[in-house]
Design a protein around this ligand. Structure first.
Ligand code: HEC
Length: 151
């Protein structure tokens, strides 16, 4: 599987390098689709509050990948390239042995619920009215995230 992906990826890169015409459609894996749309505001707030201390771009404190954009969440997971980051998110936030966030950091129950539902639904993009900008939050203020996290 991994070998196949590598070959496809190489083929894609080679194709770009030698400009082999109008490729009509994806040639290989596309780890970071640029047009993936925005994250729903509730997801944005959960990630911002409990994950982006490490899962920023570039990632910090040993985290393997960023989780800033929806494209980041749709990308192949570093450790399991056949799966996507958001799928692993759904698992790790309820993994007692390897919890995320790690080190005794808190994940509010409401944020766990939001991330779980969103991952189960297949990581949909923000719908109309679902952007943090629409809700008037998401300017990075700590108060915003905390306030929105409490039902
Ligand atoms: C204090 C830093 C830190 C925070 C905060 C943090 N992570 Fe992580 N994360 C890591 C590190 C380090 C790893 C790699 C080691 C591991 O997998 O346990 C990791 C790995 C992961 C992985 C596995 C990626 C893979 O390819 O296997 C997922 C999924 C993940 N984190 C999700 C989250 C989510 C969701 C949150 C917030 C709810 C979060 N993390 C918060 C540091 C952090």
């Amino acid at each position: 599987m991994i070998v196949t992906k590598r070959v496809l990826l190489l083929a894609g890169v080679t194709c770009v390098l030698v400009a082999c015409g109008n490729a009509s459609g994806p040639v290989g894996p596309r780890p970071n689709p640029p047009d993936a749309g925005a994250l729903p505001c509730a997801v944005e707030l959960a990630l911002e509050t409990s994950c982006r201390e490490c899962h920023t771009n570039p990632p910090r404190l040993g985290a393997p990948m960023p989780m800033l954009t929806r494209a980041d969440l749709l990308a192949s997971a570093v450790t399991q390239p056949s799966r996507r980051v958001y799928e692993l998110v759904g698992e790790r936030i309820r993994d007692d042995a390897l919890p995320m966030p790690p080190g005794g950091r808190e994940l509010l129950e409401v944020h766990r619920a939001v991330l779980t539902e969103w991952a189960r639904a297949g990581a949909p993009a923000a719908g109309a009215g679902d952007l943090c900008a629409d809700a008037g939050v998401g300017d990075g203020g700590a108060g915003d995230a905390g306030d929105a996290g409490v039902p």
